[in-house]
Design a binder for this molecule. Structure first.
Ligand SMILES: Nc1ncnc2c1ncn2[C@@H]1O[C@H](COP(=O)(O)OP(=O)(O)OP(=O)(O)O)[C@@H](O)[C@H]1O
Length: 358
């Protein structure tokens, strides 16, 4: 992936400008969140999304049960939680890709409950999704152009007026090129999308989502499969959405990423919102610490042939290293039991009998 940082708003062409959105400065965002209670379901000064009583059951399992949630306009909200917490299901529900058993939710006060995904995106909320096999066989440019199919303002009557098609198609192509320039993918325009690296695919997903000129962008694990050396560039691109006044909600497992770009963090566990917090205050929240330790405790640890942790175990090992370092820096005693855990749920040192745990 190109390492360049995104172009600034002023250097972009008018084709992708979104003048109706007003960006908040870092000071304004800090001021806003300093007034928000760090409690599940807390009120936000200017909520763009409001969710009430949304539940989704799969047989006997309640995957999502969110009583109330508000998402602040113009900010980046991180959604975290252990595996199976219901984050992806929640994303699918509010973007119209799945239907809940109960509940209502709205964007700018307009109810979205009865809408299908392309109607939701026309209202201004899009979610990125990964390259499918079919999309991988299209060019990068066509992938982005496809994101313009349901552009806001596009009207069904236009389909009955073929003389308007070529003009609209030219506009879509022009806009797609502008977005490819923004995400530094212009040189790849005619390549198969399937030939892109993990990081480039993430940029392509964002470019495609931006074709419909959204107010809210929902990103599901934007860093998954991205070379660590390139994450910073990708993070800058995500921040640039906020600089353009968009609201970003993203699911992410990497706590460094959460701390780096989130203005506010919502924590889910077992389908419900168990905490909301400023990113740097997450560690103070006992419910969050418990949810994470509980989640990892039920998980089988995995190591490669050389004994190195892999997959989720590698993520866990990294978190353990960070916790140890923090404890040592604070002058703490590693032999003392952690204060928030009453029983020895997890031995932080990977060892040979680790697989014997349930
Ligand atoms: N289509 C489905 N049918 C049955 N169960 C499902 C389905 N989709 C999700 N679930 C279950 O719902 C729960 C929530 O899953 P979900 O994928 O939303 O969690 P998540 O927080 O996104 O997890 P992860 O971080 O591992 O992606 C899990 O127990 C999962 O097994």
């Amino acid at each position: 992936m190109p390492s360049d940082t995104p172009q600034t708003s002023t250097s972009r062409t008018s084709t992708i400008a979104t003048p109706r959105l007003t960006a908040l400065s870092a000071e304004e965002r800090a001021q806003i969140f300093s007034t928000v209670d760090p409690l599940p379901g807390s009120a936000k000064p200017d909520a763009i999304i409001t969710v009430d009583g949304i539940t989704r059951k799969f047989g006997g399992l309640t995957a999502v049960d969110v009583a109330h949630l508000e998402i602040q306009r113009g900010a980046i909200t991180g959604l975290i939680g252990p595996n199976g917490a219901g984050k992806t299901t929640f994303f699918n529900l509010i973007t119209g890709f799945d239907k809940p058993n109960t509940g209502t939710w709205s964007l700018n006060g307009d109810p979205l409950g009865k809408l299908v995904p392309h109607q939701v995106s026309r209202r201004g909320m899009v979610r990125t999704f990964q390259l499918t096999r079919a999309l991988a066989k299209l060019s990068v440019l066509d992938n982005v152009r496809l994101g313009g199919r349901h552009q806001r303002g596009e009207h069904f009557l236009a389909a009955l007026a073929p003389w308007t098609w070529s003009k609209q198609e030219a506009e879509i192509t022009e806009r797609a090129h502008a977005l490819l320039r923004r995400f530094r993918l212009e040189e790849k325009a005619n390549d198969y999308a399937g030939s892109l690296s993990g990081g480039q695919r993430k940029l392509l997903e964002m470019a495609r989502a931006l074709m419909c000129d959204p107010e809210v962008v929902m990103l599901d694990e934007p860093m998954a499969g991205v070379n660590p050396a390139l994450t910073q560039s990708l993070l800058e691109h995500i921040k640039s959405l906020r600089e353009d006044g968009m609201t970003v909600v993203f699911v992410e497992h990497d706590m460094d990423v959460i701390r780096d770009i989130s203005d506010w963090v919502v924590v889910m566990a077992q389908g419900t919102v168990i905490a909301e917090s400023l990113p740097d205050r997450l560690g103070d929240n006992e419910a969050v610490v418990d949810a994470y330790l509980g989640g990892h405790h039920d998980q089988a640890l995995e190591f490669d042939a050389d004994g190195n942790p892999v997959g989720e175990t590698a993520v866990l090992a990294h978190e353990v290293d960070e916790a140890i370092e923090e404890t040592l820096q604070a002058g703490g005693d590693l032999s003392a039991p952690p204060p928030t855990v009453t029983s020895p749920r997890h031995d932080p040192t990977p060892h040979d009998d680790a697989e014997e745990k349930p």
